[in-house]
Every structure is written in C-alpha cells, then in structure tokens.
Design a protein around this ligand. Structure first.
Ligand code: ZN
Length: 283
C-alpha cells in the first residue's frame, strides 16, 4: 500500500525557493498496465522519476534538492534535570507504573538507561534540581501553515526535451531520468494501437517508426545503461529491440538471470524480438 505521513520541505539549490512534498512511508508499485519501456498505467505511485520544476525556470530531482526535513513543530515539556541536563528520574513513580507489566522486562530492554536513572535518582535525591525543557514529540504543522508552502511543481513528459536540450546545465542522473520519461512520451502514441492488436490478433501489428530524435534519445539511454557498472540486461535488451537491433537484443535478453519476477514479460519480449517487433509491449 502507498502510505504518506505529513509533508517534507525541500528547497531548490539554484534559487532556494521552498516547496513541500508528501512524505512517503511506504510505496506500492503495482499498476493496471506495465509496459516494456517503463510506462505504468493506473499506478498507485507515479513520482514522475522525481523530476520537478522550479519558478526559477530550472528543473531538479527531488533527491538533489535541499532536504529541510519534515514539516513539524516540536512539542516541549518542562522536566527536572541534573547538573548535566539529564532528566531526573522519579523512581517511586517508575515502580508504580510497573503494576501492569513485568519490571524485569523493562530493566532488560532498557538496562543501561534504567541504571543511569537509578544513579541519577540517588545522586539528586534531596538536592535542589533545576527545571529544563525537553522535546517530547515532533507534531505535524497545522493545515493553515502547510497550505502557505507551495507544492513542488510536477512537470509533463513533453517538457523533458527542455532538460535534454540543455543537458550541460543538469546532472547526469537528471538528464537520464528525463530521457527515460521522454522515451515513454514518444512511445505513447503506439500504446492504443498495440492494445487493440492484443485484443484482436487479426489486426495488423502496429507499425512502429521512430524519428531521428527518438532514435538518438533511445541510443543515449542504451549507452548509459551499457556504461553502468550493474547492467540490467532485460532493459538493455529491450532498448536494442526498440532500436530494431534484434540480434543484440536477444543476446542481451539471454544474459538475464532467470527470476520469477515477471518471467512471462521476459518471454514476451524474447518472442517479440524473434518476430522482429520493436514497438513497446504490454508485459
Ligand atoms: Zn529555483
């Protein structure tokens, strides 16, 4: 299940404008449709490869922004403290609290602090103790404060070409993520015809023609994957297939170590190579 808890605050490294983003505590990657080029349709989590735009006209990745932490405020409680500022422990109160569960379990699970607390109690007994403040818990900020902080600006796939065109201005990781999204965007027009073909095999296999720009972009992704230390042969094979290099695609796909993870998707991709189909596939 995709679950969130409050918001984090981030800032653009170029102009320091602050934005808020949901704080994800668990992510569900299931989708109603999974495509060979990475497109997920009906996904419960679509983070747009973490790419966001800033008002300063620059793009950034969420992981590259300045992380200013959770949008929370501390709840502070006054406590009695010893000379070192540590909380003075109230042993009689502690013993009373143990009435409903084993005192030994508490000591075992927290032995160090328990004995420190005993020591603190003995040494500060009958002494005057000062009062100090301690953070009890971080609580989410109120809605009225959170609403004043703008959401990080989500960008459309079609804007990815701006990043690719100005790649010198951005990190290698951001340009690669933009190229991956641009690849899916360019492939989008083949999805409906391919869905129709899957539903009615009497239809012709949709014709897949890629422009020079599309070819260059796909080749650049493939080059980056081939240079990567940890090669994903399934993705490499699919990129070769998309470029119409079916022999290299099959060689790469044969290097995929068998796994139970979407084995049928791998078999479908191999079959498409044998049939010399290069358009995106439903896997
Ligand atoms: Zn900015």
């Amino acid at each position: 299940m995709t679950r969130t808890s409050g918001y984090r605050q981030i800032a653009c490294r170029t102009c320091l404008t602050r934005y808020k983003v949901l704080n994800y505590i668990s992510i569900n990657l299931t989708a109603t449709e999974r495509w060979s080029d990475g497109r997920r349709v009906g996904s419960l989590f679509d983070n747009g490869y973490g790419i966001r735009a800033c008002n300063c006209k620059k793009y950034y990745r969420l992981s590259e922004a300045i992380d200013m932490g959770l949008l929370t405020a501390p709840e502070i409680q006054e406590i009695e403290a010893d000379e070192q500022g540590s909380e003075v422990y109230n042993i009689p109160a502690f013993l009373l609290r143990q009435a409903d569960h084993s005192i030994l379990d508490s000591i075992k699970s927290d032995s160090k602090s328990f004995f420190n607390k005993i020591k603190s109690f003995i040494f500060t007994k009958n002494k005057e103790v000062k009062r100090t403040k301690k953070v009890i818990v971080q609580k989410p900020l109120g809605d009225e404060i959170i609403e004043k902080i703008p959401d990080a600006i989500v960008v459309r796939d079609s804007e990815m070409y701006e990043i690719i065109r100005n790649k010198e201005e951005y990190s290698v990781a951001l340009v690669l993520a933009a190229r991956e999204r641009y690849r899916m965007h360019q492939n989008d027009k083949y999805r409906e015809p391919f869905r129709n073909f899957c539903n009615d095999r009497s239809l012709p296999i949709p014709e897949y023609e890629i422009s020079m720009e599309h070819h260059e972009n796909t080749q650049a992704i493939l080059d980056a994957y081939l240079e990567s230390e940890k090669k994903d042969w399934r993705d490499i094979g699919d990129l070769y297939r998309e470029l119409g290099e079916f022999e290299k695609a099959l060689e790469s796909l044969n290097l995929v170590i068998e796994s139970h993870d979407n084995q049928s998707g791998l078999e479908r991709t191999i079959r498409a190579c044998e049939m010399r189909i290069s358009n995106p596939l439903l896997i």
